[in-house]
Every structure is written in C-alpha cells, then in structure tokens.
Design a protein around this ligand. Structure first.
Ligand code: ADE
Length: 237
C-alpha cells in the first residue's frame, strides 16, 4: 500500500514514523511519501495561498499549486481522498475497504481551505474523522494511515485484527493479565479453566454486554443467535 500525502506541513507526520507504522514502513509493507505542496509554488516567496474572492476572513490554498503537486504523483491506480469535516465520517468498514486500494493520495487542507475547483477536479472522496473542526487535515490523514495500515498484510498478526473491537460489529471483551488478584479484584475463573469452548462463549457474551453498555446502537447491525438475543433481553431487564 502506498500513501502519498499532499500537505503544507510534512514535519507534522513524525508520530507515524514510530511503533507499528514505523516498523511497517521500514519493512516496506507500506510506503508513506510526504509531498510538500509548497514545493510546487511558482512564486518567488513560495507563497501558496491567497485571499478569498467575494471577501471573507482567512486565506485559501491556490488550485494550481495543489494540481501540480497532485500531477507529480498520480497514477492510473490512485484514489484521492480529501480530509475535511464536510466528508463522510470514517468507520471501520470504510477503513477495511480503503485497505484494498493500491495507492491513496491524501490531500490535507490547512488555513481556511482549498480552492473548490481543484477539489472538483481531483478528489474522489471526502472523509472526516468526526464532527469537530481541526486546524488541518494532517492529524486526520495520520488517523487514516494508521487505521488502514493495520489491515495491510504483515503489519499486524492476523488474530489481532480478527478479535478486536468492531471486527464482528461488537466491541471487544475485557482482557486480563497477571497478577491473578489486583486490589481485591480477581481474574474471572473461566479464563483460568483452560476450557476453550467455555472461554469463547464467555468472551462473546462479554462482548455483547460491553457493546450494550457502551455503544448500544451498534447492536442493531449485529446478527445474534436466539440464545444471544435472550441474553441481551436479560441484560435490558
Ligand atoms: N480537517 C479539519 N477537521 C477535520 C475533520 N474533523 N476530519 C477530517 N479533516 C478535517
């Protein structure tokens, strides 16, 4: 998977050079290429923005500079995503779909935004990471890269993506490690029984319970067995 990021602040991307994503980059499982939009300015002062036609506060990034930056990296397989609070909210299902792409170009706005004409010309999809406004698309782009990279083969062990929250539409069950007793709280007995079938059943029930308590709306989309439906009914009473 290749990510090309069009940004005015490539220095902001240090965090994704660490840990799992940093390792995946070093192993060439993913490739993160940072393109400074400013490098494509034809202005002698490397200016990339200008005032807004019709008046109003702030500055907008010029379309020609963004377009030249885009043309320097686009291929026939590129999908261009513009990070903006106006976009469709990112969810795990979307993350999994994006992980199947070969080449994502992530366009990050800053200041007041980008001239509409270049957005119209190059953007395939607009994505938001939540209903709040950030100072730019850089943090959202890092969120997207992190979430998508986890689905790229070899980045994580397979079981970690299979058993985590959202993977089956439910939140993850609680997990415990040593010590066996902490501040008077014991690790549930079933987890020490070595009985794999019972552990699996317990975990599934706990997932349903956690989801019911924390994010009940997620349960509307999950297929539950009759026994699990009865359990949910008990929880509600
Ligand atoms: N740019 C500014 N705020 C944003 C958000 N919430 N999601 C994506 N891009 C953004």
């Amino acid at each position: 998977m290749k990510f090309d990021v069009l940004t005015l602040f490539p220095e902001m991307f240090e965090p994704i050079k660490q840990s799992v994503i940093g390792r995946a980059t070093k192993q060439s499982l993913i490739d993160i290429n940072l393109i400074n939009i400013r490098d494509f300015s034809k202005d002698k002062h490397k200016k990339v923005d200008d005032t807004v036609y019709g008046g109003g506060a702030g500055m907008l990034i010029r379309p020609d500079v963004v377009y030249d930056a885009y043309k320097s990296i686009k291929t026939s397989k590129s999908k261009v995503i513009y990070l903006t609070p106006q976009g469709k909210r990112l969810c795990q299902e979307k993350v999994e779909k994006l992980a199947k792409e070969e080449h994502l170009i992530l366009l990050c706005g800053h200041y007041e935004g980008i001239d509409e004409r270049v957005l119209e010309k190059i953007v395939d999809e607009e994505i938001s990471i939540g209903d709040y406004v950030l100072t730019g698309g850089e943090i959202p782009a890092m969120v997207l890269i992190d979430a998508v990279s986890r689905y790229v083969d070899g980045v994580l062990t397979e079981s970690s993506v299979e058993e985590e929250s959202f993977s089956n539409g439910l939140l993850e069950y609680p997990q415990y490690t040593r010590p066996e007793e902490f501040e008077g709280m014991k690790v549930p007995e079933v987890l020490q029984s070595g009985h794999h079938e019972n552990i699996k059943k317990w975990r599934r029930k706990e997932s349903i319970k956690t989801t019911y308590i924390k994010r009940p709306e997620l349960l509307e989309k999950v297929n539950l067995t009759d026994e699990e439906k009865r359990y949910l009914k008990e929880l509600k009473n």
